[in-house]
Design a protein around this ligand. Structure first.
Ligand code: PEP
Ligand code: MG
Length: 883
């Protein structure tokens, strides 16, 4: 096995396709070298070494040391330097790089190879003593922190103390001699905290750093990130060792990060930040406020610090040339890191840039427009779930805003919540179902869980590429960063700005699109779905073969869904209509009646409501199919619970309170989800189904008259497990259709079909299809009954199941292909064999889940149906499934 791959000087042993072996960073460094771009020479220790390391008690393969030595010599040869040399010392950076990018999860060591001797050589070589000692003290702090585990603040305090003593306020005021003094102090700190001296031998330093990278693969925050992003532990990380180039060699040196397109908006223009006379992590750390790359961005940001375009025109031209090369080569937006050492530009990294959903959309559509990718590729590039971000509300421009501060618009969208000052509080708030905004001076990888729990994020320090900004964009959470005017007091749990003090628990709104921080809650607007969104959706609609319907119970749902492109209603849960206004009293009256006559009286009150609801649904969905399901109430939801509710029924019916309470007790169930619901109700109380059928058909006649378009209602019977149940209910529906046709003199078409949501129904689908004209898979109940897991109680014990890997994902979120999926397949086959033109759809929650939609395509369903906000996601997922 080859464990080490070299790159540099216009060639490389690896290439971009070797990502699994070299990690993302290593593979792209190799690729950039192969493209002839200026990359400091270096080498990558493969992910297989990481795997070996953990399989062999944290030891290395025998050949590794030799391979590293040889590779290091080659880097030396290319740079004219040698590792540990007292005159021309080679200094290197050591960085981790896994297959998938794990921002901030693992650590970097810069300036490795410096010691008491080489620092002098560096000073001479660079003709800059201050630079050399500044680099050395950075190296000591970084290495001691990352490799030796010495806390950062020990060094910070020493530095602050030193500055106070000298009356300095800025680091730049320190001279070479000052740094020398501090280095002495730093070394003592290492000795005290770590128990031994700071390692002077460059080889020891290198192996220490390599070991630290591999160890960091297993630290809790890396594990947490992998867990949240479904990155397998077995992938491992690679280690990249690369010759140092210095962005801190004076005012002709700089370091920065740039995106080939704007990662927030997708605009096609170089976008990023840089810092003159600074090193690597200074930009990301947000300690100094970076400068803009382009003049245009500088003007927009009203910054008085010169842009790179103005300050370093040659390097800017070179960066512009390189970004063109990289985008054409990778055919995607790139996120690049670069360093300018005394006027010479070096590329340190490129990768496909993280972006907001809005940017992803614009970039995919524009790349297709530029001919760099095809329309199909554009469709495949958007993760359907990410569209959720676009569907999130923004602040109503007319709303009154009490803006208390403004920071950077780091991640778009707006969010409202109570202030929390740490991630634990954010998680606690989420548990208690309270919305919160995580407010921090800055965030670090330890805050990932808190950021997940929060609705939005606010930091007082750090730029557009700070940890908070990058991670929030990835998560699709609104984020305002770098609000320097806000002062946070963690101890007092307050934030203060311009005379306003807000305590933890008080409500604020953050607008990640403008950078505004607003006191209190503001009115939000639903997003506009046009432009790039419409273009991509149009392309998606052209390739998908499954239809996308919506689950809608109210006219408002139906209207929203149509705007999102729903092609009909796949499920109208009529029981949900009964919670509107004071209908519930009539429903209770109906349920609690102890004879058919009592029920009929109550039903008569409900009929006009139902009819009107259906007229509206048919009208909104004019020309599109509408499936209406007969009442399927878990009865307990409808029984009166409070004394007040009992009194309401007493007042409405005139029946005694005793009797009402008695009947309520009679009807209460041990397992309501497996109880008196679905078609069982229609079989016991046919008059309910009759009333609903009447309302449906009368509404169809009415809506057809109103709109001039024919209406073909699909009447759906829930929870059947045998054909006989279906037939009994269908007979009532058919009779009612005939009656309405006679009474109105109108003729209309309709279909009667059933839910397949019990395992027995799936198995007996052939028989059921003899009389049922369509099936809709109710995968919520099918999952509940196939796995024997109560829908309502699953949350308490499913957690350990997914953690232990017994279930890959929550089966109520993403369909259990092997079990529940098998039942769907069987029912599809048997149903189709019996009735070749049977219409097949799905209306469980899985109808809006991209992975499950892929399954529906495989099985060959005609349509999926999902909640209104998931309709665009389903349209895109269905297109991807069809490609
Ligand atoms: C289902 O069971 O999947 C379904 C859509 O019906 P409900 O969720 O109303 O039981
Ligand atoms: Mg169901």
């Amino acid at each position: 096995t080859k464990w080490v791959y070299s790159f540099g000087d216009g060639k490389a042993e690896g290439e971009a396709s070797m990502r699994n072996l070299l990690g993302g960073k290593g593979a792209n460094l190799a690729e950039m070298s192969n493209l002839g771009l200026p990359v400091p020479p270096g080498f990558t220790i493969t992910t297989e070494v990481c795997t070996y390391y953990y399989q062999h008690g944290e030891t290395y393969p025998a050949e590794l040391a030799e391979e590293v030595k040889a590779a290091l010599e080659q880097v030396g040869a290319l740079t004219g330097r040698r590792f540990g040399d007292a005159e021309k010392p080679l200094l290197v950076s050591v960085r981790s790089g896994a297959r998938a990018s794990m921002p901030g999860m693992m650590d970097t060591v810069l300036n490795l190879g410096l010691n008491d001797a080489t620092v002098e050589a560096l000073a001479k070589d660079a003709d800059d003593e201050r630079f050399a000692y500044d680099s050395y003290r950075r190296f000591i702090t970084m290495y001691s922190n990352v490799v030796l585990g010495v806390e950062h603040h020990a060094f910070e305090e020493a530095l602050e103390h030193y500055k106070d003593g000298k009356g300095f306020s800025l680091d730049t005021e320190l001279t070479a001699d000052d740094w020398k003094q501090l280095i002495g102090t730093y070394k003592k700190i290492v000795r005290d905290e770590h128990g031994s001296d700071f390692p002077q031998k460059p080889e020891d330093q290198l192996w220490g750093a390599i070991g630290a990278v591999f160890s960091s693969w297993m630290i809790p925050r890396a594990k947490k990130y992998r867990e949240l992003n479904q990155i397998p532990e077995s992938w491992g990380t690679a280690v990249n060792v690369q010759a140092m180039v210095f962005g801190n060699m004076g005012d002709t040196s700089a370091t920065g990060v740039a995106f080939t397109r704007n990662p927030s908006t997708g605009e096609s223009a170089l976008y990023g930040e840089f810092l003159i006379n600074a090193q690597g992590e200074d930009v990301v750390a947000g300690i100094r406020t970076p400068q803009d790359i382009t003049e245009k961005a500088r003007i927009e940001a009203k910054s008085d610090k010169p842009s790179m375009e103005k300050a370093m025109p040659e390097s800017f031209a070179e960066l512009t040339r390189i970004y063109g090369v990289l985008e054409k080569h990778y055919r995607d937006m790139q996120d690049m890191e670069f360093t300018i050492e005394r006027g010479k530009l070096w590329m340190l990294q490129t990768r496909n840039g993280k972006r907001t959903a809005k940017a992803a959309l614009r970039i995919a559509v524009e790349l297709a427009g530029e001919g760099l990718i095809s329309k199909d590729e554009a469709i495949l590039r958007i993760e359907p779930g990410a569209l959720d971000q676009l569907l999130h509300p923004t602040i109503d421009p007319d709303a009154e805003r009490k803006v208390i501060a403004t920071g950077l618009p780091a991640s778009p969208g707006a969010a409202v919540g109570e202030i929390v000052f740490n991630s634990e509080a954010a998680e606690a708030a989420k548990k208690a179902e309270r919305k919160c905004i995580l407010v921090r001076i800055e965030t670090s990888p330890e805050d990932i869980h808190g950021m997940h729990a929060a609705e939005g994020i606010l930091t007082t320090r750090g730029g557009m590429t700070s940890h908070a900004a990058v991670v929030a964009r990835g998560m699709g959470k609104p984020c305002v960063s770098g609000v320097g005017s806000i002062r946070i007091d963690y101890k007092a749990q307050t934030l203060t700005v311009g005379g306003v003090t807000l305590k933890a628990g008080e409500v604020i709104t953050v607008d990640g699109s403008t950078g505004q921080v607003i006191q209190g809650e503001v009115k939000m607007l639903q997003p506009e779905l046009s432009g790039d969104f419409a273009a991509l959706m149009e392309w998606a609609d052209a390739v998908r073969t499954m239809k996308v319907r919506t689950n809608a119970d109210t006219p408002a749902d139906a209207r929203a869904a149509r705007k999102f492109g729903a092609e009909g209603i796949g499920l109208c849960r009529t029981e949900h209509m009964f919670f509107e206004g004071d209908r519930i009293v009539a429903v209770r009256e109906m349920i609690l009646a102890d004879d058919a006559e009592g029920r009929r009286a109550a039903l008569a009150k409900l009929l006009p409501y139902q009819r009107q609801d259906f007229v509206e649904l048919f009208t909104i969905m004019s020309g599109l199919p509408v499936t209406i399901r007969l009442l399927d109430p878990p009865l307990h939801e409808f029984l009166p619970h409070t004394d007040e509710e009992v009194q309401e029924v007493v007042a409405a019916t005139g029946v005694s309170e005793d009797k009402i309470r008695h009947r309520t007790r009679e009807l209460s169930e041990h397992n309501p989800m497996l109880g008196f619901r679905g078609c069982r109700l229609a079989i016991a109380f046919p008059e309910i189904a009759e009333m609903q059928a009447r309302a449906i058909f009368e509404a169809a006649v009415q809506a057809a008259k109103d709109t001039g378009a024919p209406v073909t209602p699909e009447v759906m019977v829930p929870l059947v497990f045998t054909r006989m149940e279906f037939d009994i209910v269908k007979a009532r529906i058919d009779a009612m259709a005939k009656a309405v046709a006679e009474e109105t003199g109108a003729s209309f078409e309709y279909q009667v079909g059933t839910m397949i949501e019990l395992p027995r129904a799936a198995l007996k689908a052939g028989e059921i299809a003899e009389t049922a004209e369509f099936f809709s898979f109710g995968t919520n109940d099918l999952t509940q009954t196939a796995l024997g897991i109560s829908r309502d109680d699953a949350a308490t014990f499913l957690g350990p199941y997914t953690q232990k890997g017994i279930l890959a994902v929550d089966p109520f979120v993403s369909i259990d292909r092997e079990g529940v999926g098998e039942l769907v397949k069987i029912a599809t086959e048997r149903g189709r064999a019996q009735r070749p033109d049977i219409k097949l759809g799905i209306c469980g929650e899985h109808g809006g889940d991209p992975a499950s939609i892929g399954f529906c395509q495989e099985v060959g369903l005609d349509y999926v149906s999902c909640s209104p906000f998931r309709v665009p996601i389903a349209r895109l997922a269905a297109a991807q499934a069809a490609l």
